[in-house]
Design a protein around this ligand. Structure first.
Ligand code: GLA
Length: 415
C-alpha cells in the first residue's frame, strides 16, 4: 500500500470511527458461547453442591466440554461468568475480587485457562450500585473496573442494569464502553441498557446503543419453559419494526440464552428455539449442563446448517411475514446473493398445541421470494431436498405442534 493510500484509509477509518462512536470491530457475526446464568443461577453453596455451584471448577469443566465435544470448532468460543462470582466487598484499592473460596485460583488464572484452550473469557458486572444478585456494581468504579477487566484478560463483558436509574444509562453505558476501549484490549460489550429503559417506559436511543454495544438485551429474562421462549418470539415479531433494523455486523439484538437441553423444552420446542434464534441473527449463548446434555439436544445445538444461517455474514435480522391460526412465516435474507437478490432462510413456526403435524401450503412468492430462476430448497433439520422451487410453485410442509420447519432457499441464479 502506498503512503498516500495508507493516509486515505486511515482518514476514512477515522471518519467512520467518528461516525460510529464506539465501534470496536468485534462481533462481526453474532457471538457464540456458554453462559452460566439460566441453568446455574446464583448457586453459591459449594459445600453442599460442589458440582453445580458457581465456582472456577464449573467454568473449567464447561470449557473442557466445549472443546472435547466439538462445540468450539462450530464457533461456540466464549465461556462467561454471570452474577455471583465476586466477593461482597472490593479490596483496599477498590478493585473487584473473586470469591476466594469458590475461585481460589483467581480470575486471571481462569481467563488464562480459557485462552490456553483457544476460548475467550467473559465476565459479568452491573451498571449500578449492586448486581441483580446484590454483589458490588460498577458505579463509582468505572475506570478501575474497565482497567481490571483488561488486566485480567477478559474478552467479553456483560453489563447488567439492576440498582441503577435507567435515565443515567444513556451516559453511563457509553462511558463504560469508552473506558473498555481505552484499555486497548478488545472486549465484546453486552448491554442490558435498552431492556431496563423499555421496562421503565423510556424510548431507547437506538443510534447510541448500536454505536456503543456489540449486543443488547431488550426483553425479559429467559426462563426454562416454552411459555418464556414463545413470549420472546412474540416480542420480536410484534416489535420488529422498531428492533430488527438495529441488528447488523458488530451490533445484535440479544433475545437471551439458548435453554436447549435443560428441563423445560420438548425436542420440537428446542428446534424451534434454535431456528428462531437463527432467524433473529441472535447471539447463540448456551446455558446448559454440558456434562449431562442428551445427545439429541446436543445435535440441535450443533446443527451446522442452522448455525451457518445464524452466522450469515450479511447480518440481516429476519422478520415475521405472517401469523395466522397459530402458524407463523418468518424469513431472513442470507448469502449467497446475486445483485439485489438474496437467498433466504424460511421458518414455518407453529404455536399451535393441537396434536397433529399441520400441513402448510405456501408459495415462495407469498413470502417475498421472487427470483424467477427459483431457489434450491432444503430442510435444515430433517435434511431433505425439495429441489428447485420457483416463486409460484406450491409446496407443502408439515409442522409439528410448537415445532418448526426451517428451510434454506438458495438463489438458483447465484450458483
Ligand atoms: C438479570 C439479567 C440476567 C442475569 C441476572 C443475574 O436478571 O437479565 O440475565 O444476569 O440478572 O442476577
Amino acid at each position: 500500500m502506498t503512503g498516500g493510500l495508507v493516509a486515505a484509509v486511515l482518514g476514512a477509518l477515522a471518519i467512520s470511527v467518528g461516525v460510529q462512536g464506539l465501534e470496536n470491530g468485534l462481533a462481526r457475526t453474532p457471538p457464540m458461547g456458554w453462559l452460566a446464568w439460566e441453568r446455574f443461577r446464583c448457586n453459591i453453596d459449594c459445600e453442599n453442591d460442589p458440582h453445580n455451584c458457581i465456582s472456577e471448577q464449573l467454568f473449567m469443566t464447561m470449557a473442557d466440554l466445549l472443546v472435547s465435544r466439538g462445540y468450539t470448532s462450530l464457533g461456540y468460543n466464549v465461556v462467561s461468568l454471570d452474577d455471583c462470582w465476586p466477593e461482597h466487598e472490593r479490596d483496599e484499592q477498590g478493585k473487584l475480587q473473586a470469591d476466594s473460596k469458590r475461585f481460589p485460583s483467581g480470575i486471571p488464572a481462569l481467563a488464562d485457562y480459557m485462552h490456553k484452550k483457544g476460548l475467550q473469557f467473559g465476565i459479568y458486572e452491573d451498571y449500578g450500585n449492586y448486581t441483580c444478585g446484590g454483589y458490588p456494581g460498577i458505579l463509582g468504579h468505572l475506570k478501575t473496573d474497565a482497567d481490571t477487566f483488561a488486566e485480567w484478560g477478559v474478552d467479553y463483558v456483560k453489563l447488567d442494569g439492576c440498582y441503577a436509574d435507567p435515565k443515567d444509562m444513556d451516559q453511563g453505558y457509553p462511558d463504560f464502553g469508552n473506558l473498555l476501549n481505552a484499555t486497548g484490549r478488545p472486549m465484546v460489550y453486552s448491554c442490558s441498557w435498552p431492556d431496563y429503559q423499555l421496562a421503565s417506559g423510556m424510548t431507547p436511543n437506538w443510534t447510541s446503543i448500536i454505536a456503543t454495544c456489540n449486543l443488547w438485551r431488550n426483553f425479559d429474562d429467559i426462563q426454562d419453559s416454552w411459555t418464556s421462549v414463545a413470549s420472546i418470539i412474540n416480542y420480536y415479531g410484534d416489535n420488529q419494526d422498531d428492533i430488527a433494523v438495529n441488528a447488523g455486523p458488530g451490533h445484535w439484538n440479544d433475545p437471551d440464552m439458548l435453554i436447549i437441553g435443560n428441563y423445560g423444552l420438548s425436542y420440537e420446542q428446542s428446534k424451534s428455539q434454535m431456528a428462531m434464534w437463527a432467524i433473529f441473527a441472535a447471539p447463540l449463548i448456551m446455558s446448559v449442563d454440558l456434562r449431562s446434555i442428551d445427545p439429541k439436544y446436543e445435535a440441535i445445538l450443533q446443527n451446522k446448517e442452522v448455525i451457518a444461517v445464524n452466522q450469515d455474514p450479511l447480518g440481516i435480522q429476519g422478520r415475521r411475514i405472517s401469523k395466522e391460526n397459530g402458524i407463523e412465516m418468518w424469513t431472513r435474507p442470507i448469502n449467497p446473493s446475486h445483485g439485489d437478490e438474496h437467498s433466504y432462510a424460511v421458518a414455518v413456526l407453529s404455536q399451535r398445541e393441537d396434536g397433529i403435524p399441520r400441513p402448510v401450503t405456501l408459495t415462495l412468492k407469498s413470502l417475498g421470494l421472487t427470483s424467477s430462476d427459483g431457489y434450491h430448497v432444503t430442510d435444515l433439520f430433517d435434511n431433505y431436498n425439495l429441489g428447485v422451487v420457483h416463486p409460484d410453485d406450491e409446496i407443502t410442509v408439515h409442522v409439528n405442534p410448537t415445532g418448526v420447519v426451517l428451510l434454506k432457499c438458495v438463489l438458483a441464479s447465484a450458483q
